[in-house]
Write a protein that binds this ligand. Sequence first.
Ligand code: KIV
Length: 257
Amino acid sequence: MTPPRKPITLHRLRAMHAEGEKITMLTCYDATFARVLDEAGVDCLLVGDSLGMVLQPGATPVSLEQFVHHVRSVARGNRTAWLIGEMPFESYRESKEQALRSASALMQAGAHMVKLECGGWTTDTVRFLTERGIPVCGHALGGWRVQGRDERSAALLKSDARALAEAGAAMLLLDLVPSMLASSITKELPIPIIGIGAGPDCSGQVLVLHDVLGLVQQPSRFVRYFMQGSEDVAHAVRRFGEAVKNGRFPDPELHTY
Ligand code: KIV
């Protein structure tokens, strides 16, 4: 019998990155799914921004209090996965001190790391948090558009990513980025780069759980529906993990830009 998995730590994620083992991440918003995803061996659970789109479409942006609530729920179901909590823009916009208070609230609720938008002035906030012992994942997101297609925006994205790593971020999430650019950022930076719609060469892959389960009506091009051919949710999630670890997802032809 395989021994139960030990808790995933930052040290372990760094070792996986150094050894070239792909990191798996799925979004998760409650204790029940957290237990299923953790038992299925997903490395990281993300209580991310997609929460708004999935759980309360059309409503106002998700508040810090709502993220704290969902992080607490996920932490109750999770045993070993690395848990990342989103810091909504409003929770760090005013000052670095406000950012620290918000990050602390998420950590107290059970997050192991916080995620916030990266680029420009947020780099100072990232430095402020990491100097105070809060592990940070930066998120380079371009809304619904593929970013970094032309030379200028590619150079900007690269310099933001570099600045973020220098500021102490332990991870970077790249959202909708051409494969070649994501690949070059992954090769250059010393931290794990997790991609969504960013090609197969990233250090790991993240998807929105509801996309993986085929619950979304018009999934984006980079999504694969793992429920098809699976016996149940746990099986679909294990297949996602295996496909990422074996380099079979994302497919360079089908899921990339
Ligand atoms: O914050 C989030 O939920 C995300 C997903 C799109 C992966 O970044």
